[in-house]
Design a protein around this ligand. Structure first.
Ligand code: IMP
Length: 204
């Protein structure tokens, strides 16, 4: 079977790794954004994950002949009215890093009791080809924000996202365990089914 080309349109290495690991085994030849020679950066300015995912997808895929997969994701915390939300990557501006973003969340939630620390991770995937959107998929994982960091795996807010069904934070899960239950894993599961059904459209 001829491999179909898929561009994974994210500059976030943590996400790129999780996505490509999940799609292993499909007849896809995967390219990462950072492998392309020239890279203009898309400015995320939408108010929803889905709008951002569409924007990134169409921007990075505009010169690409194969399939393009764009993703936007983030953490929405109930007691912070959904923040950091679409600003998850740059919550602690300027010069946001995972460490600084986590420190800001923990500081804002210093006095919040456990029963009010509910949060959810959201992942929106958009698949397109030559400017035409083929699929839009959302995945969600619900958890609780801890008061200290735990675990060494994953990226972003994983060390403070406690996932009750497994009694661990996402950073305490192996990559395989996280992909099986995470927001991104759930969205990718649906994407995989979609791709398996449609893999014969075109072989670009
Ligand atoms: P963006 O989608 O590139 O704008 O960035 C999403 C941001 O949300 C990341 O930089 C992380 O801070 C956070 N995030 C998204 N998914 C995850 C995850 O699976 N674990 C931890 N943090 C995440």
């Amino acid at each position: 079977m001829i491999d179909i080309k898929l561009l994974i349109a994210t500059t976030n290495q943590g996400k790129a790794k999780e996505i490509s690991a999940y799609l292993e085994g499909l007849p896809l030849s995967v390219t990462f954004l950072l492998e392309l020679n020239s890279l203009d950066i898309y400015e995320e300015d939408s108010l929803s994950f889905l709008e951002n995912a569409r924007g990134k997808n169409l921007f990075y895929g505009r010169k690409w002949e194969g399939l393009t997969l764009g993703e936007d994701s983030g953490l929405a915390i109930d007691c912070l009215q959904g923040a950091p939300g679409v600003r998850s990557a740059r919550f602690s501006d300027p010069g946001a890093t995972d460490e600084k973003n986590i420190a800001k969340v923990l500081k804002l939630m210093e006095d919040v009791p456990e029963e009010e620390r509910k949060a959810r991770f959201v992942s929106c995937l958009v698949l397109s080809q030559k400017g035409k959107i083929l699929a839009e998929i959302t995945g969600e994982a619900r958890g609780v924000i801890t008061s200290t960091k735990k675990g060494r795996f994953g990226f972003g807010y994983d060390p403070i996202f406690y996932y009750p069904p497994l009694d661990r934070t996402f950073a305490e899960l192996s990559p395989e365990e996280k992909n099986a239950v995470s927001h991104r894993g759930q969205a990718l599961k649906q994407l995989k089914t979609f791709l398996q059904t449609h893999c014969n459209w075109t072989n670009t």
